[in-house]
Design a binder for this molecule. Structure first.
Ligand code: CO
Length: 301
């Protein structure tokens, strides 16, 4: 195409008219750029999440994808789940999800050569580290194939400030003064687990009754319950601090078993109100991932 225009002076005018028509027709056909075409678009975005088997939570991913497509119209967008357990569970119901390795191999085989791999993980923990290793492996596989990895949600102290502001601005309107809000983070034994006490600190600076506790790490709910007692709090809102309000939110947070957060708080005399809304349903949170994706795409230029 560029060559044609470069020689423009040598092409009879009526040919140019036909060429322009052909180009216009090609551009008008939405399918033309996809299959069938020998040279597909060279850049793609691969969104990578832990995954979920909860259908309601999967809808959240559709919202993220929509925001990504809006920000990068016409770009190929694909998904991969890092959790083998979730992929196996979904496969039984006929839903075939790629691992990051499978998705990258497919993109490479289909002649994409620049892939922005955007982590939709919350912290740069074990899942993210594993993903980074996969991306490094593919970067060394074939000359010309260049994947790049975008940072997870809480990667820098600036991210933490923005994220805390975003979740505090998105609390249920029904919360009254004196009522606490407890965010449920996943938690981890990975060194990146230090992000959770950092989040707790920043949340508490903005709102003395906003707390962070984790399912599998530090800080623990017991410590938060101690603070609630010390402050005489009798009502707390429970909010998932996770990409999706999936299994942990439904069972560990809001479940009716005696060891759920809701029931433990109730046993301690605190009325607990679960909010089944994931952080990724908050556009200000998605904006942080989009910013990281932009930075990732820039490294591909
Ligand atoms: Co878990």
């Amino acid at each position: 195409m560029t060559r044609l225009f470069g020689k423009r002076g040598m092409i009879p005018l009526r040919w140019l008219g036909l060429t322009a028509l052909a180009l216009a027709l090609t551009a008008a056909g939405p399918a033309a750029a996809g299959q069938g075409d020998k040279k597909p678009a060279r850049r793609a975005i691969l969104l990578v999440t832990f995954g979920t088997s909860v259908p309601q939570a999967q809808k959240v991913f559709a919202g993220i994808e929509e925001a990504v497509r809006r920000a990068h119209p016409g770009m190929e967008v694909r998904w991969a789940y890092t959790s083998a357990k979730i992929r196996a569970k979904l496969a039984k119901t006929g839903q075939r999800l790629d691992s990051p390795e499978e998705a990258l191999a497919r993109l490479m085989a289909q002649d994409y050569d620049r892939v922005a791999v955007q982590s939709l993980h919350v912290i740069p923990g074990a899942e993210y580290s594993d993903l980074a290793a996969v991306v490094r492996g593919f970067a060394n596989m074939e000359a010309g194939f260049r994947p790049s990895l975008g940072l997870p949600l809480c990667a820098t102290t600036d991210d933490l400030q923005v994220v805390c502001k975003a979740v505090l601005a998105d609390l249920p309107a029904g919360r009254r003064p004196g009522e606490a809000v407890i965010f449920m983070g996943h938690g981890t034994h990975h060194p990146a687990g230090v992000v959770y006490p950092a989040l707790a600190y920043i949340l508490g600076k903005s709102d003395p009754l906003a707390f962070m506790a984790t399912v599998e790490g530090y800080p623990e709910l017991d410590a938060v319950m101690g603070e609630l007692k010390a402050k005489g709090v009798t009502k707390a809102w429970l909010v998932p601090f996770m990409t999706v309000a999936g299994d942990h939110a439904m069972n560990d947070m809001a479940g009716d078993e005696p060891d759920s957060w809701k029931m433990r708080l109730k046993a301690a005399g605190v009325e607990a109100v679960p909010v089944m809304r994931a952080i990724s349903e908050n556009p200000a949170i998605v904006a942080v991932w989009l910013r990281h994706l932009d930075a990732c795409l820039k490294t591909l230029d």
